[in-house]
Write a protein that binds this ligand. Structure first.
Ligand code: ADP
Ligand code: MG
Length: 247
């Protein structure tokens, strides 16, 4: 099977420099990883193992120390043009309205203001926040704030959606609702996003949502393979969303 590669990491390494206590110690070493069109990849690993760092490197928000990263075969400087990220702590701008926060996702796009606004309003509706466009983040619950984060990422129609522990700051029911809504958008092709990479430390969440799981073993992160656990065919997009690990 010939799967299209969207993002490729080749021998990527990250060391922190400067005065931090872990300066010079590789947090990621020899990462070789391909992200294929059509997949939902979960990156699973313990706290401190470098998952966020890996995602930020893929997003182009943190530079790698060495190695090569390509999007559609091309190396990029700075932000990955094909990716957008949802952050663990939402990372909304408190002084901007919901509409303005979502518009931030279109900052780098060369579109007329009215087209941007139309796109942003459509996305706000899609993530379930119709009517809240003029509210400020502090007026919204955590779950709603993360929906804004999701909208800001999706508004640019990224090929690859990156999510860094997107539910970890939410209570159980809120998290479950958002998981379901994201899976519905993804599985029913309601978003043009071709692939999703989600970082999590929950194995059930990874199995529940993803087609492929990559395990980061510890620090320094041990992603030395491009052949992670492959889940069976029932993980296809038409399969029922819920499975139990304790059956
Ligand atoms: P995870 O997301 O898996 O919990 P992180 O990628 O956040 O792990 O962090 C991996 C390691 O890198 C940790 O030891 C963390 O303390 C360190 N680290 C993360 N960000 C920085 C930074 N900006 N400067 C120095 N060290 C950092
Ligand atoms: Mg993290």
């Amino acid at each position: 099977m010939n799967k299209k590669v969207l993002i490729e990491l080749n021998q990527v390494q990250k060391k922190w420099d400067g005065g931090s206590s872990n300066a010079g110690v590789p947090v990621l070493s020899n990462i070789n990883l391909s992200i294929y069109a059509g997949e939902f990849l979960a990156i699973l690993g313990p706290s401190g193992s470098g998952k966020s760092t890996l995602l930020r490197i893929i997003a182009g928000l943190t530079p790698a120390s060495s190695g090569k990263i390509t999007y559609l075969g091309l190396e990029y400087q700075g932000v990955n043009p094909g990716a957008a990220m949802v952050f663990q702590s939402f990372a909304l701008f408190p002084w901007l309205t919901i509409l303005e926060n979502v518009l931030v996702g279109l900052d780098s796009k060369d579109l007329p203001a009215n087209v941007k606004k139309e796109k942003a309003l459509a996305v706000i509706d899609m993530v379930g926040l119709d009517g809240f466009e003029n509210a400020y983040p502090k007026e919204l619950s955590g779950g709603m704030q993360q929906r804004v984060g999701l909208g800001r990422a999706l508004v640019s129609d990224p090929d690859v959606l990156l999510m860094d522990e997107p539910f970890s700051a939410l209570d159980v029911l809120t998290a479950e609702n958002l998981r379901r809504d994201i899976l519905e958008l993804w599985r029913e092709n309601k978003i043009p996003t071709k692939s999703i990479i989600m970082v999590t430390h929950g194995i059930e969440e990874a199995v529940y949502m993803a087609d492929r799981i990559l395990v980061v073993s510890g620090s320094p992160a041990g992603i030395h393979t491009d052949m992670p656990i492959t889940l069976p065919h029932w993980r296809d997009k038409n399969a029922p969303a819920f499975i139990s690990l304790v059956d």
